[in-house]
Write a protein that binds this ligand. Structure first.
Ligand SMILES: Nc1ncnc2c1ncn2[C@@H]1O[C@H](COP(=O)(O)OP(=O)(O)OP(=O)(O)O)[C@@H](O)[C@H]1O
Length: 339
């Protein structure tokens, strides 16, 4: 937007599209009226004596206000930069043998990482997280949209390319759920903060099963509820195009729904898991052995057909889990469970 267009825009429109402008004026002890007066007219009407207190005159104020808005716009557009493809260029396994092939992950794809304990699943996730350039034990190289990510982008972490959902989630802040989500939404300069807070909260409660409220302190959330809140937050608010997940455990999270949510947002999802339900929900499985990608298994039609049965079985197990949780007796017929 040109400077003139900004200055002729009404404060009402400006403040609704760019609520952060209030902060600019708050720092000068000014409260802009939310009405049809233009930004330029409002700036001109500020008494010179008031500006002198801040060592400003009208010309400097106008130029600083425009710079502030322009920089905030640049910040926002950088935040939403996206990645359609991640290439993992072959590295070496723990014995130094070269991995067989490069691999391309695309947005909207869920790729599961499977392999025994200590095989190197977390190493692969970490290589992507740090955008490795042959400088990690695996010697893998990560490309974004076919290009070597520039060094600043890699080291600054400013653009939050990767969101990581790790297994051990502990909140240490003394905030309510509402304050936590609001703080994140405000830091992303979202214009409809209240609406977004509501969306993330409803999604999280939906995923968690066990209800909590917006006034629940985050430190009082259960493991499953915290995880559900973070998944909802990543899906609905985070601009990160790549999501790394270190297993979504059974406890208290609707795993299939969580995955669907992330895929709907066209993210590239890479998930270390041993859960058959999640493994079959993915498009591919990377089999890790001795630190290297030893095989890539595409989920077959036959496997997908089995997914229906597995989901039904999983629902039955969830019901049993709920019964245990609610202190009920568990009497069931194994045969019935398998049907
Ligand atoms: N290609 C490699 N070259 C050298 N070292 C590696 C390689 N891959 C993994 N390692 C190392 O092997 C160790 C185990 O790897 P990692 O923690 O990634 O395994 P994991 O599969 O995630 O295990 P778990 O399932 O127990 O969490 C780590 O110290 C890791 O740095």
């Amino acid at each position: 937007m040109t400077d003139t267009a900004l200055l002729t825009q009404s404060l009402h429109q400006l403040l609704s599209e760019r609520p952060y402008v209030r902060d600019f004026f708050a720092a000068l002890n000014l409260t802009p009226p939310d009405d049809e007066i233009s930004l330029g007219a409002f700036l001109d009407g500020i008494p010179a004596a008031h500006l002198e207190e801040f060592a400003l005159d009208h010309a400097i104020l106008t130029s600083q206000c425009i710079d502030f808005i322009t920089q905030m716009e640049a910040f926002q557009s950088r935040e939403t930069s996206t990645v359609r493809e991640v290439t993992i260029k072959a590295g070496v396994d723990k014995s130094g043998s070269k991995e067989q092939q490069d691999l391309i992950l695309r947005s909207g794809e869920v790729v599961c990482v499977v392999g025994p304990t200590g095989s190197g699943k977390s190493r692969l996730l970490a290589d992507i997280e740090c955008l490795a350039q042959g400088d990690t034990p695996s010697k893998r190289q990560i490309l974004l949209d076919g290009q070597v990510p520039d060094e600043n982008r890699r080291l600054s972490g400013e653009q939050q390319l990767v969101a990581q959902l790790s297994q051990n989630m502990n909140f240490v802040m003394d905030l309510t759920v509402r304050e936590f989500i609001t703080m994140h939404a405000e830091s992303r300069l979202i214009s409809d903060v209240a609406q977004r807070v509501e969306q993330i909260f409803t999604t999280a409660v939906d995923l968690a099963g066990e209800p909590f409220t917006l006034d629940t302190p985050v430190t009082a959330l259960s493991g499953g509820q915290s995880r559900a809140l973070m998944i909802a937050d990543v899906a609905c608010l985070s601009a990160s195009p790549i999501v790394l997940i270190d297993e979504i455990e059974n406890a208290g999270v609707d795993r299939r729904r969580a995955l669907d949510l992330l895929v709907k947002e066209e993210k590239i999802v890479l998930m270390a898991t041993h859960d058959p339900l999640l493994a079959l929900s993915g498009d591919r499985r990377l089999v890790i052995r001795n630190g290297g990608i030893a095989a890539i298994i595409e989920t077959s039609d036959e496997e997908r057909q089995g997914l229906g049965q597995l989901t039904a079985l999983d629902k039955k197990l969830s019901r049993l889990r709920d019964q245990v949780r609610h202190g009920e007796r568990i009497i069931f017929d194994l045969q019935q469970l398998a049907e």
